[in-house]
Write a protein that binds this ligand. Structure first.
Ligand code: HPA
Ligand code: ZN
Length: 346
């Protein structure tokens, strides 16, 4: 781990933007900007619930996760064809590349779309083709994690996995998203066990709004490798010790937490305490079109509010590559380039 020279605080935003990083927690449907949503609605003849982009954007005010999920779900109705999924993914990857994201692991779900009569292969083929093209055209690598919707049943999650199996090679893992409270990880124990047999990586949203107990069961019952959000872990010292000991990464999304009122202000976010405690925390954008910014916006606002330093920036960028599912030799190359960036930044 590099010892980073202190820099003047006014130069931090430049460093945060410049440093190479990985993004590990973003839902591709949550990157659908109102402008593209309206364009796709028009292309597909789907009526919009709002008259224009401005009024749609002004509806993005939430008190809790479920408020957001309802609006987010309505937004997905414009996605009908493989090209729609391609265009949405391409737009995100171009935006992420501009923030110096070098590798992204994208969450998506199929249950939302199959519920609207769009088949699993339309979704996965569109997303995957955009990831393949972005590698050569934008210099960013990207891979796909299929999230089960936890407000639906175990049986529906099994159907979702079975429908995706012909496209297994286009996925790196499975995750668990949607309404957390009342839907503990153990509801999906058998589906995750099946995904594990298929050599898929495993992650789950836990401890966003839900209790530390959900983080324990994501680890011990689902056997996940990373926890998405996990901000409630600080309420449980034994859990914190476990996360530190086993170097379980938390993919933290500060602006999401702010917009969904998990914390009353960014200044009260616990990311600084996590880093202090030795947690492998990362910064991510979750649903950037809805929560007020892409990854660099998350970095700059969080650093300003918490008074974090260049050393924290290095630590967070390093964690992002360490916590990724990139194969080890490629991972080392990203880490070497990260070190170079910090050694030459003056
Ligand atoms: N939490 C749970 N489910 C989600 C989220 C989130 O932040 N974003 C999209 N689906
Ligand atoms: Zn999320």
């Amino acid at each position: 781990m590099l010892k980073v020279k202190p820099i003047p605080v006014e130069r931090l935003p430049e460093l945060l933007r410049l440093m190479p990083k990985a993004e590990l927690h973003m839902h591709i449907e949550g990157s659908l900007e109102p402008e593209l949503m309206f364009a796709l609605g028009q292309r597909n003849g789907v009526a919009m619930a709002y008259p224009d982009v401005e009024s749609l954007r002004s509806a993005y005010v939430f008190d809790k996760l479920q408020d957001f999920l309802d609006i987010y779900h309505a937004g997905t109705l414009v996605l009908r064809t493989e090209q729609d999924f391609y265009d949405m993914t391409r737009a995100y990857l171009a935006r992420a590349a501009a923030d110096n994201v070098r590798h992204a692991e994208l969450f998506f779900d199929t249950q939302t779309h199959t519920g609207h009569g769009v088949s699993t292969d339309v979704v996965i083929n569109g997303l995957h083709r955009a990831c393949v093209d972005a590698r050569t055209e934008l210099g960013i690598s990207a891979s796909l994690i299929l999230c089960f919707l936890r407000h639906l049943s175990e049986k529906e999650a099994f159907e979702c996995l079975e429908q995706a199996l012909p496209l297994r090679d286009k996925l790196i893992g499975v995750g668990l998203a949607s309404s957390e409270r009342g839907h503990p990880p153990e509801k999906f124990a058998r589906v995750f066990a099946r995904a594990r047999e298929l050599d898929l990586h495993l992650v789950a949203h836990a401890g966003e709004e839900g209790p530390p107990a959900y983080i324990w069961s994501a680890l011990d019952v689902l056997k996940v490798e990373r926890i998405d959000h996990g901000v409630q872990a600080l309420k449980d010292p034994a859990l914190m010790a476990r996360l530190v000991k086993d170097r379980i990464p938390l993919t933290v999304c500060p602006l999401s937490n702010l917009k969904l009122r998990v914390f009353p202000s960014l200044a009260q976010h616990n990311l600084g305490q996590m880093l202090e405690a030795g947690i492998v925390a990362t910064i991510n954008s979750d649903d950037p079109a809805y929560f007020g910014g892409y990854i660099n916006q998350n970095f700059t606002e969080t650093f300003a509010s918490l008074g974090l330093t260049a050393q924290h920036a290095y630590q967070l960028a390093r964690h992002s590559f360490e916590a990724s599912f990139i194969e080890p030799s490629a991972k080392q190359k990203y880490l070497d380039r990260l070190d170079e960036t910090f050694e030459t930044f003056v």
